[in-house]
Design a protein around this ligand. Structure first.
Ligand code: CUA
Length: 420
């Protein structure tokens, strides 16, 4: 005989699950939290600086804790719903539960410990990402509605090796010797290179902005009337977005800039050519020197052109006595150099020199040994030792000889047909 049980029944399910159930539950929750971490690279910009590595480590740590708490709360909810659900015919109430002081102390203590650990860890990362590095490249940044401008300064030490200070443009000389001792130039991009610590010193031209390079994981307010700084060391070559992160007006959304990290730029810098913003060393130097000085500083590879530059520069006074159409020399005291390349062999034979090159070298080092018929012994002797008068180094001599050998009637005719 069946009867309907109308008295309330209590669920028979145990309140505390078995140890093996708890172990499986915890393992699944921790695995779930790690699964969250695996999505991290998908939601972040490239990790392109040493600071980004540190920031991402703490971000991962906090994401893991957050994911674990999420998994535990949701997991307990699911387990409770399934395990302690009302069975068919179960009309009873749950067991009465009173306060549990131990449990409350535990769930108060755990968040307190977590927050303290995160606070200490964050402070450490904050300090580490702001350490002043040795050999920092200092760049100025100006935030103005709605663009970024970067200012680079160079001192005399930053000029490429072997540059003659006196050959610099007068205004550059003045800038390098005034109280700042630097030249400043501006660019619309922030240029640096992989492995170079950078400090950006930021000023606002109008309202407040915020300087943010997501890939470097650095962001700092740019405040009117105060200079703020950020530091980063790029670890990845490429071009990265600079973003304004402070609502500054109607064009705020377009206030983007660009950071360019080029490994080659650093190499060029370290080998002496201070090339940051300029494509070529010539372009960089051209702002410091008059064009002719630039070519003298950066001699061409062809010795003929080097020789021509040396003679055209007036370093040696050959023009006062010789005729040479190519350089517009009109001296008449010495023999003409027009077509000397055609005659040098013949002269070598007449004077007892091995070949045309030997003849020209002999004629410059010891001009009195063999005179061109009809001319007196008037030419100064150009010496190979730096402690002698009329010093002419071998490098100059060889280039001049190469140039003179190229002065043939044929070369002159072809030059004449194009230039005259
Ligand atoms: Cu500048 Cu927003």
């Amino acid at each position: 005989m069946s009867s309907i049980n109308l008295t309330p029944q209590r669920s028979e399910t145990k309140l505390v699950p078995s140890l093996s159930f708890i172990i499986v539950f915890v393992v699944v929750m921790v695995a779930g939290a790690f699964a969250f971490l695996s999505f991290m690279p998908l939601i972040l910009p490239p990790e392109a600086s040493t600071q980004a590595q540190e920031v991402d480590r703490i971000f991962g740590f906090m994401l893991f804790i957050g994911a674990l708490v999420f998994m535990l709360v949701q997991g307990l909810l699911v387990v409770s719903v399934v395990r302690w659900r009302a069975r068919p015919g179960d009309r009873g109430d749950g067991p009465p539960i009173h306060g549990n002081t131990t449990l409350e102390a535990v769930w108060t203590a755990i968040p307190a410990v977590i927050v303290t650990v995160i606070a200490i860890y964050s402070f450490t990362v904050w300090q580490n990402t702001r350490v002043i590095a040795f050999g920092e490249q200092s760049v100025g940044a100006i935030g103005a509605r709605y663009a970024w401008t970067f200012n680079y300064t160079i001192s005399q030490d930053d000029l490429p090796a072997g540059i003659d200070f006196n050959a610099l443009k007068p205004e550059i000389q003045a800038d390098l010797t005034d109280e700042d001792g630097v030249i400043t130039f501006s660019a619309t991009k922030l240029y640096t290179w992989v492995g170079q610590p950078v400090v950006v010193r930021m000023d606002a031209a109008d309202v407040n902005h915020a300087f943010w390079i997501p890939a470097m994981r650095v962001k700092q307010d740019v405040l009117a009337g105060r200079t703020t700084e950020i530091r980063f060391t790029p670890t990845m070559a490429g071009s990265f977005r600079v973003v304004c992160a402070e609502l500054c007006g109607a064009g705020h959304g377009n206030m983007a800039g660009e950071l360019v990290t080029d490994p080659a730029t650093g190499e060029q810098y370290l080998t002496g050519a201070w090339v940051i913003v300029y494509e070529t060393e010539e372009e960089y130097l051209s702002q410091f020197f008059e064009p002719t000085a630039t070519t003298n500083l950066l001699p061409p590879d062809d010795p003929v052109l080097v020789g021509r530059q040396i003679l055209a520069s007036g370093k040696y006074p050959c023009n006062t006595c010789h005729v040479l159409a190519d350089l517009n020399w009109v001296g008449v005291v010495g023999p003409s150099l027009n077509g000397i390349g055609d005659r040098a062999d013949e002269r070598a034979a007449a004077g007892g020199d091995a070949d045309a090159t030997a003849y020209l070298i002999h004629s410059i080092r010891h001009p009195g040994d063999w005179l061109v018929p009809g001319f007196g012994n008037l030419m100064p002797q150009f010496n190979a030792d730096s402690d002698q008068t009329n010093y002419m180094p071998d490098s100059d001599l060889n280039a001049i000889v190469a140039y003179l050998l190229a002065q043939t009637a044929a070369a002159q005719a072809s030059a004449g047909s194009t230039t005259n």
